[in-house]
Design a protein around this ligand. Sequence first.
Ligand code: DC
Length: 221
Amino acid sequence: MTSVIPVITVDGPSGSGKGTLAVRLAQHFGWHQLDSGALYRILAEKARIDNVDLGDVPALVVLAEVLEVRFDEGLVWLDNRDVTDEIRSETVGAAASKVAALGPVREAIVGLQHSFRQAPGLVADGRDMGTVIFPDAVVKIFLEASARVRAERRYNQLKNNGLGVSLRALLETIEQRDERDRERAVSPLRPASDAVVIDSSSMSIDEVFKHVVALVAERLA
Ligand code: DC
């Protein structure tokens, strides 16, 4: 019986800080974690490795149905190979965004996503966690931040890793990805009607974290 296992969903655009928030919440409560964006990234990477065209929907569905994926102590494994770093590239991100726009592919990984719902609880982050995958979540967070703030965060992250990029190019990529995620026909990026919308543009991740922990404590009381 999975229906009583509580779920916290954290949805929002890339760079809003939802991944960091989800990791901290899962650690704080000792719950499991699902990074659903990683599933689309893994699938895109698997398609590249197996030479499956991103336009070949039936073949992508087959790949999705038999995806051998494992999350373990912060590492991501595909077919027993560590792909943690490789799926974080901008190229894989762009391919993931295309794969994620395909309805039959999204349907093919619903069961896989539900299988992460295990006691004592789950923190799931992505775009449609609160609207489609876990509509009965106990707390639904929709984390926003302006495109400029998100581009600056990514810019600083890359700079700290010794990688030079243009802020303007990053901003453009982010705006294009946002538009594709928000405008797509299936599971577009939008807050659930019962989601708590938080704009993190001028908040630290610590402030957001404390706010959400208080919310969860209130709901679970
Ligand atoms: O969060 P991310 O950047 O790792 O996500 C990669 C892509 O997958 C991104 O374009 C949005 C898409 N995605 C989605 O459509 N639905 C989700 N639940 C999670 C991610």
